[in-house]
Design a protein around this ligand. Structure first.
Ligand code: SF4
Length: 197
């Protein structure tokens, strides 16, 4: 069994990912560090939701104390464009995960962000590798996106909160500033997207 520290972005994305990893040679410990999430009430809501999920599936969960919103905002200041700010956001979150994984003696680390078709997947993979080499702990890469639809179904079954935007204040604005685009976000089969990241 390998001990993996899994960065959790939210409950819904964790459902399939944890199940999938447990089917392999992994003992999964969750890790919460998402200073990008805005506002604080949303951050707390997603954290509480993840804690409830962790209880259901009996997953140990490490939670970073505090809310480092200022760290996130300072880091992306001047780089607010989508994509550019995401690179910084990934570095912050995966950097902390790798640091804790190395310090606590985990065999490797990964992230539930790899399940989302709305993330910059290749960027995530390269940041994971970059942080692995920086902190001296392997990054476990897998393309979990095939399980995205199943993750939404599992989240519904567990009655988990399903957020409407990625997390940061910019993503919230981009999601809601233009009502016609919300209509355009309906799936071809008429199912409304219930989580954009
Ligand atoms: S859109 Fe998502 S990944 Fe990109 S900076 Fe905002 S919270 Fe981070």
């Amino acid at each position: 069994m390998q001990r993996i520290l899994l960065h959790n972005c939210c409950g819904p994305c964790s459902t399939y990912t944890v199940k999938r990893l447990r089917e392999g040679p992994f003992a999964v410990t969750g890790f919460w560090y998402n200073p990008n999430i805005h506002p604080f009430t949303e951050h707390q809501r997603r954290l509480e939701n993840l804690q409830r999920f962790a209880g259901i599936v009996e997953m140990p969960l490490l939670v970073e104390d505090g809310y480092e919103m200022i760290t996130y905002l300072r880091a992306v200041c001047g780089h607010e464009r989508e994509g550019e700010r995401c690179l910084i956001c990934y570095r912050l979150r995966l950097g902390r995960t790798a640091e804790v994984a190395a310090r606590e003696g985990f065999d490797c680390f990964s992230t539930t962000l790899l399940i989302s078709p709305y993330q910059h997947h290749d960027l995530l993979r390269s940041v994971g590798r970059e942080m692995a080499s920086l902190h001296g702990v392997p990054f476990y890469y897998e393309d979990f996106r095939a399980g995205y639809r199943e993750s939404r179904n599992l989240a519904r079954e567990m009655d988990l909160y399903r957020q409407q935007y990625c997390g940061c204040v910019f993503s919230e604005w981009e999601r809601f500033r233009d009502p016609p685009r919300r209509e355009a976000s309906k799936r071809p089969d008429g199912e409304k997207k219930d989580a954009l990241r």
